[in-house]
Ligand binder design. Structure first.
Ligand SMILES: [Zn+2]
Length: 300
């Protein structure tokens, strides 16, 4: 299977900013160093075209993003300083999810983007480090290419997938599931097909029961987008849940096994992860990548 990367395109960040810029490169390097992927299996994604982005996002919003005319308020809500490099990177991160979803459907059932999961971006607004909604852009691209199967978005980021919920609210062919900390950001929410609010400090067992029940409700899909975020981890700076690394691995197995039982193709994306030491986030993401690669191997 292939892994899509965009981390060679850096963007400037103020010192001490919480966005984990370092995790993407470190993850790619460890993936290859530990033999989870051969160097030729890690592919750099191209930037998503403005035309494709325009099938999901409002033209006026894209104009402001492209030209650096975002308002101060828009920048504040996004949480990242605008730069041409940020926009370039966002387009590449988005395209990585499109590419990984195509892989999932066309190359043995699995694809993974070493980025993406930018689920807070809505039609006309970037939010919470998310400039474009890669999930909606990927679905839009696949639909244009003739894929009309059922889609399930299994969003296991600790923060609710408000942008995704907003963008798919009128699309009955896409089931949006978000399982997250009830007291976490965002505080103004859109409604997913199924939202599961968990109490502060929820640990492995309660989480896994709740997720299993939620997947029962989803019931099936032809393509699953799995947001395998590291931020439900107990040590995360921005999350309020208390999963262990073992619990997160069990979560990955639960989602991947359920998708396999449905006969679904799976596109995995990273979403959030804000451990004080970025190595913890990378370790969690690496375990996910390994679990996906093992399943892809078995299927071949
Ligand atoms: Zn998050």
């Amino acid at each position: 299977m292939r892994f899509w990367a965009h981390d060679r395109h850096d963007f400037p960040l103020p010192d001490g900013h919480k966005f984990p810029l370092a995790k993407y490169r470190r993850l790619r390097e460890r993936l290859v160093a530990e033999g989870v992927a051969g160097p030729e299996d890690v592919v750099a994604s191209a930037p998503a075209s403005w035309e494709l982005l325009g099938t999901v996002h409002a033209a006026s919003y894209l104009d402001r993003v492209r030209t650096g005319a975002m308002t101060d308020r828009e920048i504040r809500v996004l949480g990242l300083p605008w730069s041409a490099a940020l926009v370039e990177r966002g387009r590449r991160s988005t395209m990585g999810t499109v590419d990984a979803a195509r892989d999932a459907l066309g190359r043995g059932g699995y694809g993974m983007n070493l980025g993406g999961g930018t689920h807070h971006a809505g039609r006309a607004a970037g939010r919470g480090y998310c400039l474009f909604n890669d999930l909606a852009v990927a679905v839009s691209a696949l639909r244009a290419e003739g894929f009309f199967g059922r889609v399930a978005i299994v969003d296991c980021d600790v923060h609710q997938g408000d942008g995704t919920a907003e963008l798919f609210t009128d699309d009955p062919s896409v089931f949006t599931l978000s399982i997250h900390g009830g007291a976490n950001y965002p505080f103004k929410r859109a409604t997913s097909d199924l939202d599961v609010d968990l109490r502060d400090g929820t640990g492995d067992d309660d989480y896994l029961f709740a997720l299993s029940d939620a997947l029962d409700v989803v019931g099936g899909a032809d393509l699953v987008f799995y947001l395998a975020a590291a931020d439900p981890w107990e040590g995360d700076r921005l999350g309020r849940l208390a999963l262990t690394k073992g619990g997160l691995a069990a979560r990955d197995a639960l989602v991947l096994d359920r998708a396999a039982a449905w006969g679904a193709a799976v596109c995995v994306v990273l979403a959030g992860g804000y451990a004080p030491d970025v190595r913890d986030t990378v370790e969690i993401n690496l375990a996910t990548a390994r679990a996906v690669a093992e399943r892809a191997e078995r299927k071949v």
